[in-house]
Design a binder for this molecule. Structure first.
Ligand SMILES: Nc1nc2c(ncn2[C@@H]2O[C@H](COP(=O)(O)OP(=O)(O)O)[C@@H](O)[C@H]2O)c(=O)[nH]1
Ligand SMILES: [Mg+2]
Ligand SMILES: [Zn+2]
Ligand SMILES: [Zn+2]
Length: 423
């Protein structure tokens, strides 16, 4: 049976109207987006920095919140003159939280991709590796740039993700719950320039806002999940859902002997207990996310949600080699800057078969009932089983980590799909 995702030329998901701030998720009409003075620099005249209380309120700190003033103005072609100093500026800011909005994001409504998963599913590790891949190998392959939208994102990515995991090869610490500290997303803009067919067409830039919350599992569990997390999910145009195969009891026989049981040795009180923590059950977490998405889309209970969902089994390096040998998941992607739809179908079918073998077919059935479009993936961020809190001897060797994102780019019309066999 052909699933919708396998068809070439399916219409893309329609873009939303107006702009959703990727920091506070307010929906903002384009004419309400603020400008921010560029300030003084070298010989350029401009306003001096002052504390931006709105921004400080959002970040929970005055550090980095002293900036030249933000102001409302009609603007022309994305520019306006600062009422304070008279200098022109093209810098934009959200009228609600005063975070910077990249002008490319203001020009073409970007899409927001949200990443979710239970505690220990591998989110932090995946974020570290996916961003690194997009900034390097995959970015080159796609001819795409990945740019952090603010300085805090740059600093936090380095300090909390790249340096410990990729440089020092230490596993990342458990993400604290949002209740214990302010959490804000890492916000990136992924931009691809694509030439268009036709004599008079100019190349077009397509951009995607990658908004990555390293959500602690508890934040999705509790009914009183923080407001920001709910808005994050409600605003999502697509969801990447990470599932740890070690949380699926039926998968145990397929797991290498060297790999400890669910959450063994972790700081979770339920660590190592058979069945782990019921609230971390992947189907439960997906169901909670689905409830939130239904609030926004207001669809009838039975009607499928239009949000594309990529569901990825993480840590597939823990599976016995025999399980993957000569299979789609064992092959590498061709890496041609396109989505290979034959490969996509094969991986989707294999992951579906694995889920059914593991008595987790319900997961697939549920997704099929709830979402108009879901796709299954298998990936490994580390590429090998970690040992004693550290990345394995070979270093970080991600495997198919970018696949879910490539599929979403394809669904958004930002990446071509091909069938190499020419069917
Ligand atoms: N074998 C293997 N283990 C992984 C991989 N990614 C994460 N892990 C393990 O899963 C644990 C939890 O990962 P983490 O990213 O902190 O999960 P989070 O709670 O969802 O943010 C890590 O400490 C690693 O032990 C992977 O690609 N392969
Ligand atoms: Mg984490
Ligand atoms: Zn000024
Ligand atoms: Zn905002």
């Amino acid at each position: 049976m052909t699933r919708p995702l396998a068809r070439v030329g399916i219409p893309g998901v329609p873009p939303r109207q107006g702009i959703t701030c990727p920091y506070c998720f307010a929906s903002v009409a384009p004419q309400r987006i603020l400008f921010r003075c560029r300030g003084q620099s070298g010989r350029r005249q401009g306003c001096i920095p002052v504390l931006d209380e709105r921004l400080a309120g959002y970040t929970g700190s005055t550090a980095g919140a002293s900036l030249p003033p933000a102001f409302a103005a009609p603007g022309r072609k994305g520019r306006a003159d600062c009422p304070g100093c008279g200098q022109p500026t093209g810098n934009r800011a959200c009228p609600e939280c005063h975070n910077p909005l990249p002008s490319a994001y203001c020009d073409s409504p970007g899409r927001i991709v949200a990443l979710v998963g239970a505690k220990n599913a591998g989110k932090s590790t995946y974020i570290a590796v996916l961003l690194h891949e997009l900034m390097n190998r995959v970015g080159t392959e796609l001819d795409a740039s990945l740019v952090a939208c603010d300085d805090r994102t740059i600093e936090r990515y380095k300090r909390d993700f790249a340096r410990p995991l990729l440089e020092e090869r230490r596993l990342l610490p458990t993400t604290p719950s949002a209740a214990t500290g302010p959490r804000e997303p890492l916000v990136y803009l992924l931009t691809r320039t694509r030439s268009r067919k036709g004599r008079f067409s100019r190349p077009r830039n397509d951009s995607l806002a990658l908004v990555l919350f390293d959500t602690a599992g508890e934040d999705l569990r509790s009914r009183e999940a923080t407001d920001l997390h709910l808005r994050y999910l409600e605003a999502a145009d697509a969801v990447i859902f990470l599932v740890d195969p070690l949380e699926l009891p039926g998968a145990r026989p397929g797991v290498l002997d060297a790999v400890p049981g669910p959450r063994a040795g972790g700081d979770d009180p339920g660590a190592g207990l058979p069945g782990g923590d019921p609230a971390g059950d992947p189907l439960d977490v997906i169901a909670r996310v689905t409830e939130v998405l239904r609030l926004r889309h207001g669809t009838r209970p039975g009607a499928p949600l239009p949000v594309p969902v990529a569901v990825a089994l993480t840590k597939i390096d823990v599976l016995r080699p025999g399980l993957l040998r000569q299979s789609a998941l064992h092959r590498s992607r061709s890496g041609q800057g396109v989505l290979d739809l034959d490969d996509r179908d094969a991986v989707n079918a294999q992951v579906r078969a694995l889920l059914h073998d593991w008595q987790a077919g319900q997961l697939d059935t549920y997704l099929g009932q709830q979402y108009a479009d879901h796709a299954l993936f298998g990936l490994s961020a580390l590429g090998g089983v970690p040992e004693e809190g550290r990345v394995g001897a070979g270093g970080v060797r991600p495997y198919r980590a970018e696949d879910p994102l490539l599929w979403l780019l394809y669904r958004f019309g930002m990446l071509d799909g091909v069938r190499p066999e020419g069917t």
